[in-house]
Design a protein around this ligand. Structure first.
Ligand code: ATP
Length: 373
């Protein structure tokens, strides 16, 4: 890390933006690697209030994501949480953030030299961001590898951007195979997240009931749970309605609980999964065990395509019966898909992912109502 700043020295400031839903040990490792390898004075960790690329995607409220970032960087030398995007109206464009940081300098009247920190997946998408040329004029770029993604390749930048770049540093590591999606998924499934997020963040998630996807009755129209960010983009939740809030963000209103008993809904879902040749279908009755759901339907699909086909088949079949999911998470390429019907949650896995999550083992106290092999 650099020494104390003097009036004559240009502050070297790293900028790590993201959704941070939630912040995890992978993000922190990237921030530390950039700080140490590039000799930065500080790294600003900046949660996006309204990430433009995630418009319409369900996510925890910005205030919660910010609070978790603050907890995660507390006591970390050279890492600082910044609310710059929360305090600005409109979509959180990176170019605007860099512009504002450039104008603000080091906070003490001196200049700041900015380095935008990206991981390989984000860097690959940079040309499609708003004003990438301006971004490259405002900041150096440092790229971190990300497990599961191709190594960063500055040569892949279009010529006109490559000539503008004032230097692209490739960070040597870290290789931390953690994603926020997986963490949300684990919390929703009632699995531990020890070691994936700092302890204080895990406590925050628990105390604020984030990512739990509770049944509709526990889904208050308050700031808890997930909501969507863009009223123009409908969620997959057809029973969801959105109401404008004072800060311009929509709220997800509690979905009406289906008239039909959860186990009856779950049995119908089992039939629909069977129609799509899902393997090893299990219906667990969770009544009295958790507020997450009353029933889980767990099943396997042999290929990514089959996962999508099972999910689509279940959604279409239930739509015919006027029951719609209030959420869908995961993609076929993530090897799992979760359909949230409120009281009934459907988990569709490829066999290795099913083994990895071992939901049936985790919920061994639940009654197995039905098993179709
Ligand atoms: P999600 O799984 O919800 O998409 P994410 O962690 O990929 O979450 P962000 O929170 O927006 O998304 O991540 C902020 C930045 O950190 C992005 O550039 C992202 O690519 C990067 N990043 C996230 N996880 C890792 C990791 N394990 N290793 C390296 N970079 C990461």
């Amino acid at each position: 890390m650099g020494g104390p700043l003097t009036a004559t020295r240009t502050a070297r400031v790293g900028v790590l933006g993201g959704t941070f839903d939630p912040i995890h040990v992978g993000h922190l490792a990237v921030a530390r690697a950039a700080r140490d390898q590039l000799d930065l004075d500080e790294v600003l960790v900046i949660p996006a209030a309204r990430p433009p690329h995630k418009a319409g995607v369900a996510m925890a409220p910005a205030a919660d994501r910010m609070a978790m970032v603050e907890l995660a960087v507390a006591g970390e030398p050279g890492l600082r949480a910044s609310r710059i995007e929360l305090d600005r109206a409109g979509p959180s464009w990176t170019v605007d953030t860099l512009e504002a940081l450039d104008a603000a300098g080091d906070g003490g009247g001196g200049p700041a030299e900015l380095t935008l920190i990206l991981s390989a997946d984000a860097f690959a998408g940079l040309p499609s961001w708003r004003e990438p040329d301006r971004i490259l004029r405002l900041a150096h770029v440092a790229v971190a590898p990300r497990p599961g993604h191709d190594p960063p390749s500055p040569e892949a930048l279009p010529d006109e951007l490559r000539t503008l770049a004032r230097g692209i540093a490739l960070l040597d590591g870290p290789y931390v195979d953690v994603s926020a999606t997986d963490i949300r998924r684990r919390v929703a499934a009632g699995l531990p997240i020890d070691g994936l997020v700092p302890q204080a963040v895990a406590r925050y998630i628990e105390e604020h009931h984030l990512y739990r996807q509770p049944g509709p009755d526990e889904r208050p129209a308050s700031k808890r749970g997930h909501h969507v960010t863009d009223p123009a983009e409908p969620t997959t939740a057809a029973t969801t309605t959105e109401q404008p809030r004072r800060d311009g963000l929509p709220h997800r209103k509690a979905a009406p609980r289906s008239e039909r008993p959860p186990l009856e809904v779950a049995r119908r879902i089992v039939e629909l999964a069977e129609d799509k040749k899902a393997a090893d279908i299990v219906l667990l009755d969770l009544t009295g065990l958790t507020t997450l759901a009353d029933a889980f339907v767990i099943c396997s699909g042999g290929s990514e395509r089959q996962l999508a086909a099972i999910a689509d088949g279940v959604i279409e079949g239930m739509r015919d019966e006027k029951v719609r999911p209030i959420g869908r998470e995961g993609t076929a390429s993530s090897h799992w898909v979760l359909l949230d019907f409120g009281a009934v949650v459907v988990h569709i896995f490829t066999p290795p992912e099913r083994d990895y999550y071992s939901l049936e083992k985790h919920w061994s106290e639940a009654k197995t109502v039905l098993r179709v092999q």
